[in-house]
Design a protein around this ligand. Structure first.
Ligand SMILES: Nc1nc2c(c(=O)[nH]1)N[C@H]1C(S)=C(S)[C@@H](COP(=O)(O)OP(=O)(O)OC[C@H]3O[C@@H](n4cnc5c(=O)[nH]c(N)nc54)[C@H](O)[C@@H]3O)O[C@H]1N2
Ligand SMILES: Nc1nc2c(c(=O)[nH]1)N[C@H]1C(S)=C(S)[C@@H](COP(=O)(O)OP(=O)(O)OC[C@H]3O[C@@H](n4cnc5c(=O)[nH]c(N)nc54)[C@H](O)[C@@H]3O)O[C@H]1N2
Ligand SMILES: [Mo]
Length: 766
């Protein structure tokens, strides 16, 4: 594969605020690249995240009931343009290029070909995709699936598909006989989905948008807000203007959490000032050092409480809340007292005085939100990271009251919702009895494969078939080398997609690429144009209506593709009236309500509520759905999120893999990571100057990286440009997915199995 580098490489310091003119310029450049007129894009963007429009296909951040005239951000607009592009990836393109040839292309160049227009079947004799008629594709896929053992087939979902498509998809997989329903969340917030239920009895966060207006302090752990959920900068900016402290922990000094200029505010845009200072305090925690940092803050809170008690002043701990609502505090207190400051400071990389300062601010605030992203979840002890943040919040009763709560910032626009409607490899999370009763089939009851187990199954030959509803599985997973190689042994590989990506280039024995409509486009079925729905990061459900014309007359919607696959594979095996559901998606919503009544009461009546309707999240009302009916303080087993990493060797560092401002996951829009000042290349290794000096390297020099693990697997990425950056000593950073070949499959979160992509031990080879 060609490295992701262009002819013009420029690395410079970026001292401008996030947002501002830089963000507008970047939008205009993107529109031009996609062959779009600004008027084209404007008419679409005006409908983005509005109650009568479509829900943005980028991040999952909340959509307000009273949206701004332009309720979108630089990255949401980029995602929209990328999908609305005038470019088309037609059969003539596939006739001109073999898959072997395309495997050399960078990710950007593949998706840059534009929207897929026709169903394609791989021909191994020519090594090319060739057009196929839809009925032939469905017929053959059905026949192939019927030949395979259901539990050897995996049905993957990336978090973009609607609630309607996702509900049908998981039902199809279960009727077929498979509970192998991994989704992108297995690489993302699964540490949340495993950690939060033990702590507070809810797999999702407890805050809603209005809480951000009521909070009087916020934490941000391991989230690059200005890039990955930019609309959240607005409530943060409002909070900062109210004087609310925002305390951020991140190894990299990410611009979005440093300064912001609101591109939608003309006064701010025209004033020469530097924009709003977003984080009142920014701490460059060592990668994997958050458990230690939070332990330090909690220990200092305890000390403040001791002092208050001695003085006879008001307690700092919320003792009434702890007594009535929680369990495990005595053990937690003992843990804090027993943990010494020296270890805390060494592991976190933050001084005792700084952590005590944070504790003081925290102890003065009455309503605190704990926001976090991949910096907490993608570690060996990602689940403990999440639980430690809960502990910190619980100490002062900061869960289940206005302006306070735990706020996992989810990734894909509907990744949270897919779990809500049954996409899960864990049978205990799904109403199987209802499926059996309502649809007349016997669902499989054993646990299915998650994402890393799927990779293991592909490598060891247990998995024989893979169906992907969106995503770029092979590129997004760890251990790229072994997975790509073994993938070719699959009997069946089917992908439903909007654009060409690297996963599509690695065929199994029978391979299909099925193009679908996106959420921006008008989806007309027998009863007329259809609405879809999604759930955002704050558990609000929204309707979404596409109005753009179809990019190609051949495209089908995701619900209709799922229905046709089901009809071709499991006809007569259930009472699901697939055609009736596709004719009118409100029937699918009625079925979702029937299967999940607690969350979807009056679904069809309520889903167009401006701002969405909120699912009933019990923890936000202090009802704890844990086995002991309490919120639980959970003790960490280690101060370090990745304790088994040994970076004491020469030339060894801990690598964290991050996203640029010019990508959405494996979709690389371009090579301008404006906010980090890295232009024209993605093949960089961000390093502390001290490490560069210590290792005898120089700026701009190219190095290779190897995983520092002696397990007999060779993992190497070549040609990374040494780039001095503000990052703790001992850490280095580079881009996902280029560096995924370095992440070992076994290097993953305990229990949750999220690949520990934020802390990979690597050796530099110069
Ligand atoms: N524009 C855009 N938006 C997106 C996406 C995208 O790719 N592009 N992806 C979507 C998806 S699926 C997701 S999951 C989210 C991801 O959103 P984020 O969670 O913001 O994404 P990342 O870039 O993976 O990493 C987050 C931050 O964690 C920091 N970090 C790394 N290691 C540590 C650590 O040990 N401790 C701490 N405290 N911080 C650490 C990194 O420096 C980085 O700033 O965004 C969603 N939105
Ligand atoms: N090293 C490292 N690895 C990571 C991460 C990391 O931080 N570091 N992050 C992880 C995370 S958080 C995630 S969520 C995963 C992401 O993993 P995935 O969700 O599998 O990957 P994406 O890049 O989001 O998928 C992009 C593809 O989805 C298809 N697509 C886009 N829109 C649609 C649609 O509407 N319908 C259909 N059917 N297809 C569509 C397009 O073909 C596009 O090429 O990666 C994970 N991998
Ligand atoms: Mo994600």
């Amino acid at each position: 594969m060609e490295p992701a580098v262009t002819d013009h490489v420029e690395i410079k310091k970026y001292n401008h605020p996030t947002g501002g003119w830089g963000s507008l310029k970047s939008l205009i450049r993107n529109a031009r690249d996609q062959g779009l007129l600004l008027s084209d894009i404007w008419s679409t963007l005006l409908k983005q995240n509005k109650a009568d429009g479509y829900m943005c296909v980028s991040c999952s951040w909340a959509k307000p009931a009273k949206p701004r005239p332009f309720e979108f951000c630089e990255n949401g607009a980029k995602a929209t343009m990328w999908e609305q592009t005038r470019k088309r990836c037609e059969p003539s393109f596939f006739a001109a290029h073999s898959l072997t040839e395309l495997l050399d292309w960078p990710d950007h160049d593949l998706e840059e070909q534009g929207r897929l227009t026709e169903p394609m079947r791989y021909n191994s004799t020519t090594d090319k995709y060739e057009p196929v008629a839809w009925p032939d594709a469905f017929g053959d896929i059905g026949a192939q699936l019927r030949r395979l053992e259901p539990n050897s087939v995996v049905f993957y979902t990336s978090g973009r598909a609607s609630l309607e498509a996702s509900f049908m998809y998981q039902l199809f997989a279960r009727i077929y006989g498979s509970s192998n329903l991994p989704d992108s969340s297995n690489m993302c917030h699964e540490s949340t989905s495993v950690g939060l239920p033990e702590s507070i009895g809810s797999p999702v966060g407890t805050v809603q948008l209005e809480d951000f207006a009521k909070a009087d302090m916020m934490f941000f752990f391991g989230h690059n807000t200005g890039v990955t959920a930019p609309r959240l900068l607005h409530p943060i900016e409002d909070a900062r203007q109210r004087g609310v402290p925002i305390i951020t922990f991140n190894p990299l000094r990410e611009r979005g959490l440093v300064r912001f200029k609101n591109p939608q505010n003309p006064v701010e845009m025209l004033s020469p000032g530097p924009g709003t200072k977003m984080s009142s305090d920014f701490f460059q925690v060592r990668a994997g050092g958050d458990i230690a940092a939070m332990t330090g803050i909690a220990k200092a809170v305890l000390a403040l409480d001791d002092a208050a008690r001695e003085r006879g002043a008001n307690r700092v701990l919320d003792t009434a809340f702890i007594a009535e609502h929680t369990a495990g505090f005595v053990e937690f207190e003992a843990y804090l007292r027993a943990t010494d400051w020296e270890s805390i400071v060494r592991r976190s990389g933050i001084s005792r005085a700084d952590l005590e300062h944070v504790a003081e601010i925290y102890s003065l605030a009455n309503a605190v939100i704990g926001n976090y992203g991949m910096g907490l979840t993608q570690h060996r002890h990602g689940t403990e990271n999440v639980q430690m943040l809960c502990n910190l919040l619980l100490m002062r009763g900061n869960v289940g009251k206005p302006g306070a709560g735990v706020s996992p910032l989810r990734g894909h626009s509907n990744v949270q919702g897919q779990r809500t409607v049954g996409i899960s490899e864990k049978p205990e999370l799904v109403p199987l009895d209802k499926f059996q009763e309502f649809y007349g089939f016997e669902p499989p009851r054993e646990k299915g494969l998650d994402t890393v187990e799927t990779c293991e199954g592909v490598i060891d030959g247990r998995v024989h078939g893979f169906v992907g509803l969106g995503g770029n599985f092979v590129r997004a997973v760890p251990e790229t080398g072994l997975v790509e190689k073994a993938w070719r042994n699959l009997d069946l590989h089917v992908e439903v997609a909007t654009k060409l990506n690297r996963s599509h280039l690695i065929p199994g024995k029978v391979t299909y690429l099925l193009p679908c409509l996106s959420r921006l486009e008008k989806d007309v079925q027998a009863s007329g144009p259809q609405w879809l729905s999604i759930e955002d990061s704050t558990a609000c459900i929204h309707g979404s209506f596409g109005s753009r014309p179809k990019p190609s007359e051949h495209l089908l919607s995701e619900p209709s593709i799922v229905a046709e696959l089901a009809k071709a594979t499991v006809a007569g095996k259930s009472s699901v009236p697939w055609d009736d559901w596709v004719a009118d998606y409100s029937r699918i919503r009625d079925e979702i309500e029937r299967c999940f009544p607690a969350h979807f009461k009056d679904f069809n009546k309520r889903f167009l509520t401006p701002g969405g309707f909120h699912r009933d999240i019990k923890a936000s009302k202090r009802v704890w759905q844990t086995p002991n009916k309490k919120a639980n303080f959970k003790l960490p087993t280690t101060l370090e999120a990745d304790p088994d990493i040994d970076i004491s060797g020469k030339n060894v560092l801990t690598l964290t893999t991050v996203r640029s401002n010019d990508q959405f996951n494996t979709t690389v829009y371009g090579y301008r990571d404006r906010l980090r000042g890295i232009i024209g290349t993605r093949m960089v290794l961000l390093m502390n100057e001290e490490d560069i000096r210590r290792m005898g390297l120089s700026e701009g020099q190219e190095v290779d990286l190897e995983t520092h693990a002696d397990d007999g697997v060779e993992r190497r990425v070549r040609g990374l440009r040494v780039t001095p950056y503000s990052i703790p000593i001992g850490n280095c950073a580079g881009y996902y997915p280029e560096l995924n070949p370095l992440v070992p499959l076994w290097h993953r979160a305990h229990k949750a199995h999220v690949p520990a992509a934020k802390s990979v031990p690597v050796r530099l080879i110069s």
